[in-house]
Design a protein around this ligand. Structure first.
Ligand SMILES: NC(=O)c1ccc[n+]([C@@H]2O[C@H](COP(=O)([O-])OP(=O)(O)OC[C@H]3O[C@@H](n4cnc5c(N)ncnc54)[C@H](O)[C@@H]3O)[C@@H](O)[C@H]2O)c1
Length: 329
């Protein structure tokens, strides 16, 4: 089982929301070096500004579609966090490239890990692998339901299922250990505008900070499982160092929060309870499954890697607003 302290790690797509927080968590746990492998197709240098000058962090400009670049970057690392991907929104704008990065990019990452003898790969998968499932409680065995979803949403979910199957194949055929983590809607400090559900928090905050009414699409009963980014980073590090590997795990809070509640929390945190939200028809061309209950089980993650989230939505919204305010102007 890989130790974190004293070890080197590679994060593909490392100049990202989640990658920047995994870096923080690895350094706090005593990692010797963290290599951020990214072609900056989507990520921007402000994501890692706070790491500038830290001798333990190396930025490697490279493309997961180029195996040779990945093999070079994977030398002497204990573990790889496979984050490079196109989320549903960017994928909908460039399907051929997005699918290539989400699938061939994972093949190359696993191949590089095999060749360079990295012990373990942690794959960033997604709850989009459940599609529009209406199961009472969503456990890891709940099947993908694609019916009724928009094409880009289905393609994203299917590409993550491919990534998981590739990890299972490399574990069986070549003993490259893995854990695949299905994140729910990740939000927090250094939030970007690429994630369809977290972007709602950002847009509602933008409106409130301009003194305008926040817009809620539909009646606001659509729910998401918002998981705070530092909790996600902790899950990734736990999945890397745990005794247990070969797992697919939900990394979700298990708490459904509807859009009306998100806005209520933002208004209370911003000290503007008199602003009322405006409900408009939902005409978005790209969105994730819009359902009024999710109820993800996080029992398996707790049992296998000892992970449980620490930041409830009430606290997470406060932290997000504090970060936006500290970056204003
Ligand atoms: N943010 C969420 O809510 C969420 C939810 C579920 C799963 N995930 C998964 O977690 C991972 C990280 O998410 P994030 O929100 O931090 O993403 P992000 O969009 O911030 O980061 C993705 C990174 O991959 C890089 N990248 C793209 N193509 C590349 C290529 N060919 N070679 C090298 N790098 C490349 C981008 O430049 C970017 O920095 C992704 O795999 C995503 O699918 C995210």
């Amino acid at each position: 089982m890989p130790e974190i302290a004293g070890a080197r790690f590679l994060i593909t797509g490392g100049v990202s929301l989640i990658g920047s927080h995994i870096t923080d968590a690895l350094l706090a746990a005593g990692a010797t070096e963290v290599r951020l492998f990214d072609n900056l197709a989507l990520g921007t240098p402000d994501m890692i500004r706070h790491l500038e000058g830290d001798p333990r962090v190396t930025l490697v400009r490279g493309d997961v579609l180029r195996l040779n670049e990945l093999i070079d970057a994977t030398q002497n690392v204990t573990g790889v966090f496979a984050l490079a991907a196109f989320l549903t929104l960017p994928l909908s704008r460039n399907v051929p490239l997005g699918i290539a990065v989400n699938t061939q990019g994972v093949v190359n990452t696993l191949e590089a890990a095999r060749i360079a003898h990295a012990k373990r790969v942690i794959l960033s998968s997604s709850i989009s692998t459940y599609g529009t499932s209406t199961a009472d409680t969503i456990v890891e065995e709940t099947p993908f339901t694609s019916a009724g979803q928009q094409p880009a949403t289905n393609l994203y979910g299917a590409s993550k299922l491919m990534g998981e199957a590739l990890c299972a194949h490399y574990a069986k055929a070549y003993r490259v250990e893995y854990n695949a983590l299905r994140f729910s809607s990740v939000y927090g400090e250094r939030q970007h505008a690429r994630a369809v559900n977290a972007v709602f928090i950002a847009e509602a905050y933008d409106a409130i900070s301009r003194g305008e009414r926040p817009v809620i699409l539909g009646d606001g009963s659509e729910v998401h499982d918002y998981v705070y980014v530092t909790d996600v980073a902790d899950a990734c590090v736990a999945a890397m160092s745990s005794r247990s590997s070969g797992n697919v795990l939900n990394i979700a809070t298990g708490v459904d929060t509807d859009l009306n509640r998100v806005v209520e929390l933002l208004l209370a945190t911003c000290g503007t309870p008199d602003l009322t939200p405006e409900h408009r028809e939902d005409t978005r061309a790209v969105k994730s499954a819009s359902v009024d209950h999710l109820r993800f089980s996080r029992a398996k993650a707790e049992k296998t890697i000892g992970w449980a989230p620490k930041v409830p939505i009430e606290e997470g919204v406060k932290r997000y607003v504090a970060w936006r305010r500290s970056n204003a102007g």
